[in-house]
Design a protein around this ligand. Structure first.
Ligand code: ADP
Ligand code: ZN
Length: 208
């Protein structure tokens, strides 16, 4: 099961990726998470990507693609993975296709108004890196592990606006997967469980 999750920021890609990975025991590869942990650890890569992420821009392809390629070449990805946040532009989709054949590209869609609403309430867990939401917290802590939560740097109102403007999923990426017969689109529903039922219908059709 080699899955790509597409969709705007805040559509719940990360949350759905977690649910898929725990049900099907797959590695969750999130380019955003990889970048954020590199920034937190002040690595070379982290220093290079911080400015792009903080300003709501895309990280240049030459940095992003090699990271994904390296990660997917590791043993745990042999039988499947969920890619969350990659590809975001056509060149990334083409490069990905040159080193691995994916089974499905699932787009999780959401309106701009709802994106702004959700991102402004998004919280991240410091301990388990679960993406969560102000309304899901239990006593102000991560509902999964009880860890402290924080607001992502790039979830400020100005950066959210920049991300929506600069990071709209290009139609050519969608067309790329449509032409291969791999594209499906679902709407992000009001709860993660409801959305997962729709996602899982697609996955079940792959495993049989
Ligand atoms: P979200 O899904 O909320 O937009 P991510 O965690 O996927 O956030 O990504 C955070 C940031 O990392 C993006 O705003 C972008 O700057 C950078 N990034 C992540 N994935 C990619 C990618 N495939 N190509 C370029 N930049 C990326
Ligand atoms: Zn947690």
């Amino acid at each position: 099961m080699k899955i790509v999750l597409l969709g705007p920021p805040g559509s719940g890609k990360g949350t759905q990726a977690e649910l898929i990975c725990s049900k099907y025991n797959l590695p969750h590869i999130s380019t955003g998470d990889i970048f954020r942990s590199n920034i937190a650890n002040k690595t070379q890569l982290g220093l290079k990507v911080k400015q792009y992420i903080d300003s709501g821009s895309l990280v240049p392809d030459e940095l992003t693609i090699s990271i994904v390629k390296d990660r997917l070449s590791q043993d745990d990805c042999k039988n499947g993975f969920v890619l969350d946040g990659f590809p975001r532009v056509l060149n990334q989709a083409k490069q990905l296709d040159s080193f691995v054949k994916i089974d499905k590209a699932i787009m999780i869609d959401l309106s701009d108004d709802e994106i702004i609403n959700r991102l402004s309430k998004r919280r991240m867990c410091k301990k388990c890196s679960n993406p969560t939401h102000l309304d899901w917290l239990v006593d102000g802590k991560c509902e999964k592990c009880g860890g402290e939560v924080y607001i992502r740097n790039d979830d400020s109102p100005e950066t959210i606006k920049a991300r929506l403007e600069k990071q709209k999923l290009p139609q050519d990426v969608i067309d790329f997967y449509v032409e291969k017969g791999l594209f499906v689109k679902i709407n992000s529903l009001s709860t993660k469980q409801e959305t997962f039922i729709e996602v899982d219908k697609i996955l079940k059709s792959l495993v049989k």
